[in-house]
Design a binder for this molecule. Structure first.
Ligand SMILES: [Zn+2]
Length: 383
C-alpha cells in the first residue's frame, strides 16, 4: 500500500465516522465533531468541507455559542439523493430505498429465481431500482447475495449455492447501468453491519447470527466487517457440537451446528417424531409458541447448541453484543436458551457487559447493512 492510498483510506474512514456521528445525532457541529473524534478542528473542517461539497452533509443554521462564534449546525442532506439496496434470497428479492443517512424509506418485494442466472435476476431488480430512483438522484447501490462473495471483484465464489453466478461481475454489471458506487457482500456480513451500526455506530464489536433455515454469522470489529483471510470468517454453522450425534452435514462432516440447530434440522427432528404436518421452520416455531411440548424442547435444545458454539467465540473475541436475526430470533425461548448457555459456559469477564438479544432492525437488517456498506464505499472527493 502506498502512502497515498493510506492517506485516502484514512480520509474515507474519517468521513464515515463524521457522517455516522451526525446521522446518529451525537455531534451537530464541527467543534462537537472535533471533540468526539479527538482531532484538531482544522482536520475535521477539511473533511466536513468535502462532505458538504459531495452533497452528503448540509448546513442548517447556527447553534448556541459557548463563547466565541456561534457554531454552524450540520446535518445529513436528506434531499440530495437516495441509496438503493437489495437483499437477494432464494425465491424473492427485497429492495430498499434509503436516505443518505441510511434510513429505510420504502421497501418492495419481487419474486426472483436465482437459478435463472445473474442477468435476468439483476434485470428484474434494476427495474425496481429504476422505479424507486425515478424522481431523485441515485447516489449508491448496495447488494446482498446469499452466498460467499469476493468483494474485490463483486463475484460469487461458491458455485454450489448459486449455479450460473460464479465469475459473473455483479458490481461491474450494475455500475455500468447506473454509473454510481455499487457495493456487494454476503447476507450474513451485511445483516451484521446493519444491526451493529444501528446499535453502536462506527465503533464497537459484535456478532450477528442469522438463524433461519440455515445458520450464518457476521463479525464486526471496531465497527467494520471482519472477513478473515479467505472471506470465511463467521462461518459458525460447521462448528462441531459435542453430544450432537453423528448426523451428516452438507459439508461432509458430521455433528455440525447446522445439523442440530438450523431451522431445517428442527423440521427434520419434528418429522422424525411423526409430525409430518410440519414443513417449515415457521411451522415448528408456531408449535413452540403454542407450547407444544416436543417443539418447545427442540427449539430450546437448538438454542442451547447455538449457545455452546457461541461460547467459545464469545470467550475468545469478547464482543459487546451478540445479535440474533432470522426467523428463529422471533422465538423468546430460543434466545433465552442461547443466552443461558453462553452465560453458563463463558468466563464472567467476557459476559460482564455482553448483550444477547434479537436484532432491532429485524427483517431489514440486511437492507440497512447494504445501505451502510454502499455509503462506506461512496467515492468522496479527497481534500
Ligand atoms: Zn458441516
Amino acid at each position: 500500500m502506498t502512502p497515498d492510498t493510506d492517506r485516502s483510506s484514512a480520509d474515507e474512514e474519517l468521513s464515515r465516522r463524521i457522517v455516522d456521528l451526525i446521522a446518529r445525532g451525537e455531534a451537530r457541529s464541527r467543534s462537537e465533531l472535533a471533540a468526539a473524534l479527538g482531532l484538531a478542528p482544522s482536520t475535521v473542517s477539511l473533511r466536513v468541507q468535502s462532505l458538504l461539497d459531495a452533497g452528503l452533509l448540509d448546513e442548517r443554521g447556527e447553534g448556541t455559542s459557548r463563547g466565541g462564534r456561534r457554531p454552524r449546525l450540520l446535518g445529513i442532506d436528506e434531499n440530495s439523493g437516495i441509496v438503493l439496496t437489495v437483499d437477494l434470497g432464494g425465491g424473492h428479492a427485497r429492495v430498499g430505498a434509503h436516505s443518505l443517512s441510511g434510513k429505510l424509506r420504502e421497501t418492495r418485494s419481487i419474486p426472483v429465481v436465482l437459478a435463472d442466472g445473474p442477468e435476468s435476476t439483476l434485470d428484474a431488480v434494476c427495474r425496481v431500482f429504476d422505479e424507486l430512483g425515478r424522481d431523485t438522484t441515485i447516489r449508491a447501490i448496495g447488494i446482498s447475495l446469499p452466498g460467499p462473495v469476493d468483494i474485490a471483484t463483486g463475484t460469487v465464489t461458491q458455485p454450489s449455492r448459486m449455479p450460473g453466478w460464479p465469475g459473473f461481475r455483479v458490481v461491474d454489471h450494475v455500475r455500468q447501468r447506473y454509473g454510481v458506487t455499487v457495493a456487494v457482500d454476503n447476507d450474513a456480513n451485511l445483516a451484521a453491519l446493519g444491526e451493529h451500526r444501528a446499535q453502536f455506530g462506527a465503533t464497537g464489536h459484535s456478532i450477528t447470527v442469522k438463524a433461519g433455515t440455515a445458520i450464518g454469522s457476521g463479525i464486526i470489529v471496531d465497527g467494520h466487517i471482519h472477513r478473515g483471510a479467505t472471506g470465511a470468517a463467521g462461518d459458525i454453522t460447521h462448528t462441531r457440537i459435542d453430544g450432537s450425534g453423528d448426523i451428516p452435514c452438507s459439508c461432509g462432516n458430521t455433528g455440525c451446528l447446522e445439523t442440530v440447530a438450523s431451522g431445517a434440522s428442527l423440521v427434520r427432528q419434528m418429522r422424525e417424531r411423526g409430525r409430518t404436518d410440519v414443513a417449515t421452520t415457521v411451522d415448528v416455531l408456531a408449535l413452540a409458541r403454542d407450547a407444544e411440548p416436543e417443539a418447545t424442547t427442540i427449539v430450546r435444545t437448538a438454542g442451547t447448541h447455538l449457545g455452546q458454539a457461541l461460547s467459545g467465540v464469545v470467550n475468545f473475541f469478547n464482543p459487546h453484543a451478540v445479535f440474533l436475526t432470522g426467523s428463529m430470533s422471533a422465538s423468546e425461548p430460543f434466545i433465552a436458551a442461547v443466552r443461558s448457555r453462553v452465560y453458563e459456559a463463558c468466563h464472567p469477564l467476557a459476559t460482564q457487559q455482553l448483550r444477547i438479544e434479537a436484532a432491532q432492525t429485524r427483517a431489514d437488517a440486511i437492507l440497512y447493512g447494504a445501505a451502510r456498506w454502499a455509503l462506506d464505499n461512496l467515492e468522496l472527493p479527497t481534500a
